[in-house]
Design a protein around this ligand. Structure first.
Ligand code: C2E
Ligand code: CA
Ligand code: CA
Ligand code: CA
Length: 274
């Protein structure tokens, strides 16, 4: 009995219980966050080789009434696990397209998809209905997916991506190189764009291995007719190196952090670029 008591004491560690309680509280407030309009999007500019802004990536934030702004890594996994991510993702898509209607008409908006969303039955129908509803052209929407999505149900995934492609939506493979990178994805799926994860950009100028990997990703992508975006570009040196190596688009704190929708002014230039 004594032994059992000790074991139970270890299992019900009060500190652990507190963490669990907080998690449960967060989980409960997450369920009503959508109705309470606590989510908002920030937008981070992307630039092309001429350093001209081509559009923005929408990034989700949660303004918790008591805890303040919570970053996506702190709640998206929970939302996924609770089956809320499909609904939240639908909100993100509509909100981002509406915001983008106010931008110059050659700007794109990139929206991140969670696996749960992408795998929802009727996902492509919902995307095209949203575009119709908002009146936003498919060509200006870029959907970013990660490799984890592609691990399951491969034939359906291919159908989904092909449908999005036929609609004219641009498809980006996000976080390339960090997960289960399989080159067969690049061969079989209709990606328009590869995003090199900031993990490889971070130490780019000090690490020859990162340089070799980034060069290879660029040449591989171009060989397959895809464009390459580097994320997490923080310095002028990184930007110059990447452009010299042929990278097509840059994104990162060097250009701008993600911004509130009302703060995009200096990145918005009306009139088509020359
Ligand atoms: P991600 O799609 O790879 O987005 C890039 C992340 O890097 C963002 O973090 C961005 O704020 C951050 N970042 C941008 N420039 C720099 C830089 O120069 N240096 C560094 N160190 N970081 C930079 P954030 O906004 O916290 O988002 C984290 C992840 O959460 C995203 O990674 C994406 O996977 C996910 N996420 C964000 N919004 C959404 C969404 O609406 N739906 C889904 N499903 N996932 C989202
Ligand atoms: Ca992304
Ligand atoms: Ca395409
Ligand atoms: Ca990333």
């Amino acid at each position: 009995a004594k032994k059992e008591g000790r074991r139970r004491a270890r299992t019900f560690d009060p500190a652990m219980l507190l963490v669990l309680e907080q998690r449960e509280l967060l989980r409960r407030s997450l369920r009503v966050a959508l109705q309470h309009k606590e989510f908002f999007l920030e937008y981070q500019p992307l630039v092309d080789r001429c350093r001209t802004v081509t559009g923005f990536e929408a990034l989700l934030r949660w303004r918790h009434p008591r805890l303040g702004v919570i970053p996506p890594i702190a709640f998206i996994p929970m939302a996924e696990a609770d089956g809320l991510m499909s609904e939240i993702g639908q909100w993100v898509l509509e909100e981002a397209c509406r915001a983008a209607l106010n931008w110059p008409d050659h700007y794109t908006v990139a929206v991140n998809l969670s696996p749960a969303e992408f795998l929802t039955v009727g996902f492509t129908d919902r995307v095209s209905q949203t575009l119709d509803l908002v009146g936003f052209p498919a060509e200006r929407l870029e959907l970013e997916i990660t490799e984890t999505v592609l691990l399951e149900r491969t034939t359906n995934n291919l159908d989904t991506l092909n449908t999005l492609n036929v609609l004219g939506i641009q498809i980006s493979l996000d976080d390339f190189g960090t997960e289960y990178s399989s080159l067969s994805y690049l061969k079989n799926f209709p990606f328009d764009n590869i995003k090199i994860d900031k993990y490889f950009i971070n130490d780019l100028l000090d690490d020859e291995k990162s340089q070799t990997i980034v060069r290879s990703i660029i040449s591989l992508s171009h060989g397959l007719d895809m464009r390459v975006t580097a994320e997490g570009v923080e310095t002028a040196e990184q930007a110059s190196w990447l452009l010299a190596e042929g990278c097509d688009r840059l994104q990162g704190y060097f250009l701008s952090p993600p911004l509130h929708v009302d703060r995009l002014g200096s990145f918005i230039r009306h009139g088509k670029k020359a």
